[in-house]
Design a binder for this molecule. Structure first.
Ligand SMILES: Nc1ncnc2c1ncn2[C@@H]1O[C@H](COP(=O)(O)OP(=O)(O)OP(=O)(O)O)[C@@H](O)[C@H]1O
Length: 233
C-alpha cells in the first residue's frame, strides 16, 4: 500500500534520512523501531508531507504521496496519531473526535464513526462532555487513537503511542492495536517498546542514524539479536 523508495530528507542543510526504503503491505502492521534520534519521526513527517524529500519517492497505492499537502492526507485515506498525542485540551472529548473527521467527505459519516470509536473506547464515551485536558495520559492516548480513526483511514500511522504510559495501560494499548489489525487496517507503528512492537507486528524495520539496518518478518525476529543491533553504535 505504501512504498517508500530511496528517500533522502531532512531539515534545511541537515540531512537525516539516507536512501531509505520501506514497503508497507495492505492489511499488515509494519513497525519501525530504533533508538532516539534514528529519524523515525522524521520519516513519518516525510510521509505526511511535513518534511520535503530531496531524493526518492513515497507512493500510496501506486500514486505519489510526496508533494501532497498535509491537510489533504485524510482525503487520501491516511491518518497520523502523533507523538505526544496533540489533543486539544480546552475542547471536550467529543469535539476532539469530531475534528478527526473534518474533511467534507468524512463529515456525513462522522456520527457513525464516533459511535464506533466509543464502542472501542468506552471510557471516552463515559467522559464525552469532559475537557480533554482533564484526561490521564492513557486516556489522552486513547483519545488520540480514536480521533485518528474518525476518518476511517486506509492507512494509520502511529508515533510512539506507549511513551510515558504505565505498563498496564501499555498492555491495553497493544490490545487495541491487535484489534485494529484484526479489522484489516494497514498500520505503520513507530515504537521504542521493541518487545511489544515485535509481538504485534507482521514486519519489523530497525532504523539507525537515518538508515534501515534490519528488515525482517516479525515471526523471524530474535529479540536478543535485535537488541544487540539496536544498541550498536
Ligand atoms: N525541526 C528540526 N530541525 C532540525 N533537526 C531536527 C528537527 N527535528 C528533528 N531533528 C533532528 O533529526 C534527528 C532525528 O530526529 P527524529 O525525531 O526523527 O528521531 P526519532 O528516531 O523519532 O527519535 P525519538 O525516538 O527520540 O523521537 C535528530 O538528530 C534531531 O535532532
Amino acid at each position: 500500500m505504501l512504498e517508500i523508495a530511496n528517500v533522502r530528507a531532512g531539515y534545511g542543510a541537515i540531512n537525516i534520512l539516507w536512501d531509505l526504503s520501506i514497503s508497507v503491505p495492505t492489511g499488515q502492521l509494519t513497525t519501525i523501531i530504533g533508538p532516539n534520534g534514528a529519524g523515525k519521526t522524521t520519516l513519518l513527517r516525510a510521509i505526511m508531507g511535513l518534511v520535503p524529500l530531496s531524493q526518492g519517492s513515497i507512493r500510496l497505492n501506486g500514486q505519489p504521496l510526496d508533494g501532497s499537502s498535509t491537510w489533504h492526507m485524510l482525503e487520501r485515506g491516511v491518518a497520523m496519531i502523533p507523538e505526544g498525542r496533540m489533543i486539544f485540551k480546552d475542547m471536550t472529548i467529543e469535539e476532539n473526535l469530531m475534528l478527526g473527521a473534518f474533511p467534507k467527505a468524512h463529515r456525513a459519516a462522522s456520527q457513525a464513526n464516533c459511535d464506533k470509536a466509543y464502542a472501542m473506547f468506552p471510557r471516552l464515551h463515559e467522559r464525552r462532555t469532559q475537557l480533554a485536558g482533564t484526561l490521564s495520559g492513557g486516556e489522552a492516548q486513547m483519545l488520540a487513537m480514536a480521533r485518528g480513526l474518525m476518518s476511517d483511514p486506509k492507512l494509520l500511522i502511529i508515533d510512539e503511542p506507549s511513551l510515558g504510559l504505565a505498563p498496564v495501560v501499555v498492555n491495553e494499548l497493544f490490545e487495541i492495536l491487535a484489534r485494529l489489525k484484526e479489522e484489516g487496517r494497514t498500520i505503520v507503528l513507530v515504537e521504542q517498546n521493541t518487545h511489544k512492537a515485535v509481538g504485534v507486528a507482521d514486519q519489523v524495520y530497525l532504523m539507525q542514524s537515518g538508515k534501515v539496518v534490519l528488515s525482517q518478518p516479525a515471526a523471524e525476529v530474535s529479540l536478543e539479536a535485535l537488541h544487540e543491533l539496536y544498541f550498536a553504535r
